[in-house]
Ligand binder design. Structure first.
Ligand code: IDP
Length: 148
């Protein structure tokens, strides 16, 4: 089943110069980039994005962190993209994340865990609509897709 998922390199990933590395992993796996933007996140967008965590004790820190510097936000498309991206990211706490995953290879802090990816079909739909206008998403196929 071809799916779209929302992915974001968080401010720590941008500061550490890992945007290319993270994107490359997804591209090499066979996922297509269908939208992307580099931006500084407003408080309003951060609060809406993380609305499900509003009552959590770490909510304020999470919002301050995500608005602290620019992020690279993008949409990936491919077979089972939502699950595949989550597996490639690794567990939320990088100390529990398996080697070979993005968090398992590059992170140690639960807050500075480099990357966000939608965790379900419903979240993906909600997050894509929150971050991108329909005309910012490009429908296309690559020649290489026949081989993946
Ligand atoms: P996910 O990013 O792996 O989907 P979520 O549970 O949706 O994890 O949490 C969103 C983000 O909130 C995490 O990526 C992490 O940066 C932060 N977070 C989650 N749990 C904690 C916590 O217990 N303390 C501090 N930050 C947390």
């Amino acid at each position: 089943m071809v799916e779209r998922t929302f992915v974001m390199v968080k401010p720590d990933g941008v500061e550490r110069g890992l945007v290319g590395e993270i994107l490359t992993r997804f591209e090499r796996r066979g996922l297509r980039i269908v939208a992307g933007k580099f931006l500084r996140v407003s408080r309003e967008l951060a609060e809406r994005h993380y609305a499900e965590h509003r009552e959590k004790p770490f909510f304020e820190d999470l919002v301050s962190f995500i608005t602290s510097g620019p992020v690279f936000a993008f949409v990936l498309e491919g077979e089972d993209a939502i699950r595949v991206v989550r597996e490639m990211m690794g567990r939320t706490n990088p100390r529990d994340a398996a080697p070979g995953t993005i968090r398992g290879d590059y992170a140690l802090s639960i807050e500075k865990n480099l990357v966000h990816g939608s965790d379900s079909r419903e979240s993906a739909e909600r997050e894509i609509a929150l971050w991108f206008r329909p005309e910012e998403i490009v429908d296309y196929r690559r020649a290489v897709d026949a081989w993946i």
